[in-house]
Write a protein that binds this ligand. Structure first.
Ligand code: ADP
Ligand code: GLC
Length: 479
């Protein structure tokens, strides 16, 4: 079976978050199911530079404001079709934002190009390739199902990685899209009088998935649905949650070349060298005491404002913190301020550093994820794999991927982390206290670490679930 996957990020070529990890790892896992994935991505400079064995695939005279070429090639074992459209994508840096930190003013055109090309490629615009199904990720690719539905193309799957980002544009954008007028309707792109890309994808796809069962339920409620819950409730029968896996080759403490010392569940003592390396990197006092870790976008979603307010408490409880992240200016400032107050106890690196993120999981004792909502979350999965105990909010995928260390779970020896709810400062501080208490019992802590490392966080089960969904859709079309 042939699947065209369309997304604006693809690890290791272009990544701002977990979306890239997912689109980059799923193809190899699906290959094991007999499914061949081709990845359609915008031709950002990093993508064009990485492509090998390239061949022209299709030429557009005009794709939203200029000529464009589709180029097929490979990189890092991935089969890729890049949209080489310099007027849209030949811009270095973040894929969505200009240097001023604001959305590019032509994002509507840039990601209409991704959706249009997705439906064209999947539908067989080049006679040498036709997909059995189109799988589109997040709002940037969400016009794929809309074009496929209104202009012809295969069946489609729409995956929501984060419903907070919807791709909403003024109604005038509709005129640029080349869609029939009937597409500007309640069962199409129209969204409260405007154009909604994700809304359109959700309204027209043949199946909808999101990245955990709990988040699938949550986005059907007004509290989490961010305005799309009504539509999702109406299409509930098409929606399911499939929890993300991780690339267990890229993330393997036994072979990881980005950490100070490799180790396994049987040689956890060797983790100490990573803790020492982390302390040095973050200019922290050295010691065996509890060292918390954070690798995160510093945003409201991630609860990082509340976390910043809890830092004095964290230090008072005797723990230390190493934090790697970047995000909202006010949150960055609050965290840096705490680091100045607590030199040697709180170490902060503001920035994005893929290599360092590995050392964090290998050297910290915990990975803290106090998110207000979390569709799946990957850092807690990396934590499990690395014996870095997750301390997380009980929401979305954080609910589905861990078992809280409550008395019953500890007694049954099934606990893998610490969960808390609701996300407010006292409850977070209470969770930090619980972590400290667990850590002080080294036998208990080792148990949490080892059980975490034994969890299957690979893509195997979830790839099988996607494969089954694909097969059902293709079969339904055939009959
Ligand atoms: P989200 O996609 O919402 O940001 P996820 O947990 O799904 O959250 O994925 C985040 C991904 O980005 C993980 O691979 C994580 O390690 C990585 N990441 C986040 N912030 C940083 C950072 N500052 N430096 C390096 N990697 C980061
Ligand atoms: C989004 C979500 C995150 C999820 C990732 C990959 O960025 O915020 O929870 O893990 O997508 O699906």
């Amino acid at each position: 079976m042939k699947i065209l996957s369309a997304a604006s990020e693809l690890y290791p070529l272009v990544k701002t978050g977990g979306l890239a990890d997912v689109t980059g790892a799923l193809p190899a896992a699906l290959a094991g199911e007999g499914i061949a994935v081709t990845n359609l991505v915008p031709g950002y400079p990093a993508v064009m530079a990485a492509l090998e064995k390239t061949a022209p695939f299709h030429a557009y005279k005009d794709l939203f404001g200029g000529p464009a070429q589709l180029i097929r090639g490979t990189a890092h074992g991935l089969d890729i079709i890049a949209i080489d459209a310099p007027h849209l994508f030949a811009r270095p840096g973040n894929p969505y934002l200009g240097k001023d930190g604001k959305d590019w003013p032509d994002n509507a055109q840039r990601f209409a190009a991704l959706g249009k090309a997705a439906a064209d490629v999947a539908g067989g615009i080049n006679k040498g390739y036709r997909a059995d199904l189109l799988h589109c990720h997040d709002w940037q690719a969400a016009l794929g199902p809309v074009y496929a539905r209104f202009l012809g193309g295969p069946k489609s799957v729409m995956t929501v990685h984060n419903i907070a980002f919807q791709g909403q544009f003024p109604a005038s954008v509709f005129g640029l899209l080349g869609l029939p007028q009937q597409a500007f309707a309640i069962d199409g792109l129209e969204y409260y009088g405007n154009v909604g890309y994700l809304k359109g994808g959700l309204a027209t796809a043949d199946a909808i998935t999101t990245v955990s069962p709990t988040y699938a339920q949550e986005i059907c409620t007004a509290e989490y649905g961010m305005g799309l819950d009504g539509l999702l409730r109406a299409r509930r029968h098409l929606l399911r949650g499939i929890v993300n896996g991780i690339d267990t080759e890229v993330w393997n403490p036994a072979t990881d070349s980005l950490i100070a010392a490799t180790y396994s569940a049987k040689s956890l003592k060797k983790r100490e060298a990573n803790k020492r390396a982390l302390e040095a990197r973050f200019k922290l006092e050295s010691g065996d005491g509890l060292l918390h870790g954070v690798v995160s976008r510093l945003t409201w979603q991630k609860g990082m404002d509340i976390f910043a307010a809890a830092l004095d408490h964290l230090v008072a409880s005797g723990a230390r913190l190493a934090l790697l992240g970047t995000g909202e200016a006010a949150i960055e400032a609050a965290i840096l301020d705490a680091a100045t107050r607590h030199k040697g106890r709180i170490g902060v690196i503001i920035g994005y550093d893929e290599a360092l993120s590995h050392l964090m999981q290998a050297g910290a004792d915990t990975i803290l994820v106090p998110s207000r909502f979390e569709p799946c979350g990957l850092t807690q999965l990396y934590g499990l794999r690395y014996g870095c105990v997750p301390v997380v909010a009980r929401t979305g995928g954080l609910n589905d991927t861990l078992i809280d260390a409550n008395d019953a779970a500890l007694q049954a020896e099934v606990a893998t982390g610490i969960q808390f709810a609701p996300v407010d400062q006292p409850t977070l501080e209470h969770a930090l206290a619980r972590a400290a208490e667990c850590y002080s019992d080294s036998r208990l802590w080792r148990g949490l670490q080892k059980r975490g490392m034994e969890q299957d966080v690979s893509w195997a089960r979830s790839a099988a679930a996607y494969a089954q969904l694909y097969r059902n859709l293709v079969k339904a079309r055939a009959s």
